[in-house]
Design a protein. Structure first.
Length: 271
């Protein structure tokens, strides 16, 4: 349901949005690496404050991205992501946490939810999966950071369930956008990761294909789709961008394709 469309804003920033979410009047965006001020290896729209890039430049990049999407950069709520499965409710008192200074981010958190209008939630990625969630009925949103650890821990599913607990969300009402991240074409895993996947996904074979005797290709996109469908999110309400960050490292940051020396894209969403 819906397409992921790249847009070029008047201030030079390239970012993408899901037509299904935009149709609900939801302001959101997933940045590219194009249109910023950072120098190599963070060229150029690096939004990650924890990468070693100049903090002042990153703040300028964040302001430019938020301006492109039409959101106030100073109100953004951000998290100190640790590849876990902790989910935090954001209230108006959290506005601006982590927006400009990394140490002010919400600690040890990989998903944010809120029902507060005009409160932007933002997380950061370089191959991991951005999962954007909108409940247009109960008026709530969520955003998850799903690398392989988060995906295996079913953080996307847990985010919807947290919205159900706190905001009375019905999973069948949710619209979900699964953003650019490393695709099954480029994401090779070893037996350790495979074993964890097998322990948490009944249909794990549908998500993997062998690449040699000791490695497999993992489809994170459909692993996140599958876990959402398990709790009642409708397949027709899930949009997958289908863009591999490793294949497209000239447009998006890729931790794997750039051997760890890279920046971060951002995903932002607000009611």
């Amino acid at each position: 349901m819906g397409e992921f469309v790249l847009k070029h804003s008047a201030n030079g920033v390239w970012y993408g949005e899901f037509s299904s979410l935009a149709a609900q009047g939801i302001k959101h965006g997933i940045s590219s690496r194009l249109g910023g001020q950072s120098t190599a290896p963070f060229t150029s729209l690096n939004l990650g404050l924890h990468t070693g890039d100049d903090a002042g430049v990153v703040w300028a990049n964040r302001q430019a991205f938020c301006q492109a999407v039409g959101l106030p950069a100073g109100k953004v709520v951000a998290a100190e992501q640790v590849h876990g499965d902790k989910i935090q409710q954001a209230t108006w008192q959290d506005a601006g946490r982590g927006a400009r200074h990394y140490h002010e981010s919400i600690k040890d958190t990989d998903a944010l939810i809120t029902n507060v209008p005009a409160l932007p939630l933002m997380l950061f990625f370089a191959d991991c999966v951005p999962v954007l969630i909108v409940d247009p009925v109960a008026k709530a949103i969520g955003i998850s950071h799903a690398g392989w650890k988060g995906t295996v821990a079913k953080i996307g599913q847990k985010t919807v369930l947290a919205m159900q607990q706190h905001y009375n969300t019905n999973p069948a009402d949710c619209l979900v956008g699964i953003g650019p991240s490393i695709g099954p074409c480029c994401y090779q895993i070893d037996e350790l990761v495979l074993n964890k996947l097998q322990a948490n996904f009944v249909n794990w074979r549908d998500l993997t294909s062998p690449s040699d005797g000791h490695h497999w290709q993992l489809d994170l996109w459909n692993a996140n789709r599958q876990q959402l469908e398990e709790i009642g999110v409708l397949d027709s309400n899930i949009s997958i961008s289908g863009i591999c960050t490793a294949c497209n490292k000239e447009i998006f940051f890729s931790h794997r394709a750039e051997a760890g020396g890279t920046g971060r894209i951002g995903a932002v969403i607000t009611l």
